[in-house]
Every structure is written in structure tokens, then in C-alpha cells.
Design a protein around this ligand. Sequence first.
Ligand code: PEP
Length: 258
Amino acid sequence: MSNRKPIIAANWKMNQTPTEAKAFLEDFLPRFPEETAVDIVIAPSFLSMPMAAAQIVPSKSVALSAQNMSPEASGAFTGEVSAAMLKEVGTSYVILGHSERRSLFGEDDAIINAKVKAALANGFTPILCIGETLEEREGGKLEEVLKSQIQGSLADVSAEQMVNVVIAYEPVWAIGTGVTASPEQAQEAHAFVRGLLKETYNDDVAAATRIQYGGSAKPENAAELIALEDIDGFLVGGAALVSESFAAIVQAGIDQVS
Ligand code: PEP
């Protein structure tokens, strides 16, 4: 077993109004003690973040994440949210490069790279999402796609900075579809990404970087997936909208390390 601390994150996407987020957290937070064997992260919408922060930030085991961030510091960027704004509400993590940002909002590796660097410069931990479409997988391009996403999104990020980067491998065909990658497919991709980190950086970075799996993770498959050598947690969408099911996934992580 590795000594990487599992990290389990909820990506609420454009769900949970502030009132719904409050109700979720009132149910979820008391389920876990102040100190847990895993890092738990919640990424509400921007609008729910100040309220969520009031409940989350005092906790030692649960941290607040944004779902996106502008690479710019401030200025005439209508509709954008800056690092300083996120910092002020107690944000620790920022999800970047999610496949929905890539496919629906036209984000490419260059933009994601600028955001990763801005997040690191502001003391956040980016959760960098990568993953292939079904067409790319079936066309034999899995490794090529993952390599160019890793190298493009992490350009000019140093080995020292990688201590503060989490990677989420999310096969696009498994996101929100109910279809989960098989344990073999997930482990194979994670091992490949770890190999890329070794090639791009060094053995220490490859051994220390946490790589989450994302794509229809749920209570029914979490224990099997997190038991795999190179899977260090989850980025969870749909199953993280209900406190009980997200708690069950977190518990699978705790059970794995205890
Ligand atoms: C996600 O949005 O990152 C995700 C993995 O969603 P889901 O769990 O619903 O597939």
C-alpha cells in the first residue's frame, strides 16, 4: 500500500443552491470526526461558497474547493472569479481542466496551464482533470491524449510545485453516464499517468502525487477502485449530491487506509 493520503472530493457542478448546500453540510459534516485518515474536499458553486465556508472552514478534515478560477488577478473579465476572491472565503483547492470546461467552454491545455500556475501562485492546490473521450480510447489514442494533457496543463510547473498538485483521471465516457471504468481500465490509466509523472519529473513526484479517479464513482464501486495500487481517491459528481452516498464513498477511503 502507498503512503499517499486518499483525497475524496465532491464536485457539485451547477447543483445545490445555498440553501440546499447548507442542508447537505448540516447532514454530512457531523458524520466525520475532526481528524480523518482521508482528505475530504467539497466544491460548491461560487454562489454557495461563502455559506459553505462558514460550515466547512472550521473543520480540519474537510476543505473547500472552487470548480474553476480565472487566471487573471483582477480587472475587466465579466463573469469571472479571481484567486483573491476565492482566498477570502477560505478556498484551499481549485478544480481545473474538468472535461465539461474543456468541451462546453472551450478550455484548452494552454488556458488550463495558465490557471494551474495562477492557482499555485496563490497557494491553492489545483485538482487537474485529464481524461480521454470514448472516440479517443477506441481510436487507440488514450496514451497520446493523457500525455499531451499532462505535459500541456503542467508546462512550467516545477517538481517542487507538484507537491501541491492533485490529478484527477476522468475518462470522459464515464462522467455522469453511470458507466464506470473497470478496475483494470482505471488502474492501467492511473499507472500510465504515474509513469508520465516519472518521465516528466522524477521518481519522487511520481510516487507522491495523488491521482483521483472520476467517472460514475459511487458507493457500490468505491471500495474496489480505491484498493487499486495507483488510485488515491475520487472526484465525485452525481453521487456526491446526496450526503449519505458521498459519505459512503468517503468511508470506503477511510476503510482502505485503516
Ligand atoms: C465529475 O464531474 O467530475 C464526475 C466524475 O461526475 P460523475 O461522478 O457524475 O461521473
